[in-house]
Design a protein around this ligand. Sequence first.
Ligand code: PGA
Length: 255
Amino acid sequence: MKHTNALVVANWKLNPTTLAEAKNLYSEIRRKLKNYIATTVVVSPPFLYIPELSKTLKKEGVKLGAQDVYYEEIGPFTGEISASQLADFGVSYVIIGHSERRALGEMDEQVNRKIQTVLKRRLTPIVCIGEKGRDEQGGFFNHIEAQIKSLAKGLLAKDITKVVIAYEPIWAIGTGKTATVEDVKEMQLFIVSTLTKLYDRKTAEKLNILYGGSVKASIAKDLYEQGGMQGFLVGGASLNAEEFVNIVKSTIKNK
Ligand code: PGA
């Protein structure tokens, strides 16, 4: 269902190095956010920190996300973590198909299976899509369309509306090259029109779509207000509490 307010998700990736640092960053973000609960804020730390951070989880306020999940629930799958295990520790959002995982070999089909598992456990999947580069002919739109078709495979309208799509152009991730407001707006319209073809307009408009890729506080307000997205998936800038909270604040209307 569409968030009536914005959604901002921190992806800490493989940071920080110690639990003590993770706890500090987490409490710093929460302290600074105290008066800004209008936006839904999700912090996705490395798996190992989740149990400790979940101890202070409250109904209101910052929510916990995971950076990946396995598509099976139980059994001989060495090194994997299931959606039920994440749910047991208070995780409510799961990032799926991040380009850094796809670069390690994750395929569209696995992404689709992960989405189905996560939905079954009533967690919210945040599914990343995005092109490696852009060509003048706009061929990259075909790639985005194929990714959307694949992630939606087998999902009914009532399921797809629970999925959050994060548009993260790979050329913008960790590079400092944020997409322009025009790029973002154009892609938001394209994603909605692709989903309209697969389902119908009403369904397509219910999805939350985020932008990710070198999001910084200085440009977040313009991106949010003119880009047509519901919020952001933030990597590097989420490791600095002040910068991250300023990004969150940029999604609050009239502030
Ligand atoms: P970045 O990462 O903000 O550091 O570009 C975004 C992401 O990979 O989710």
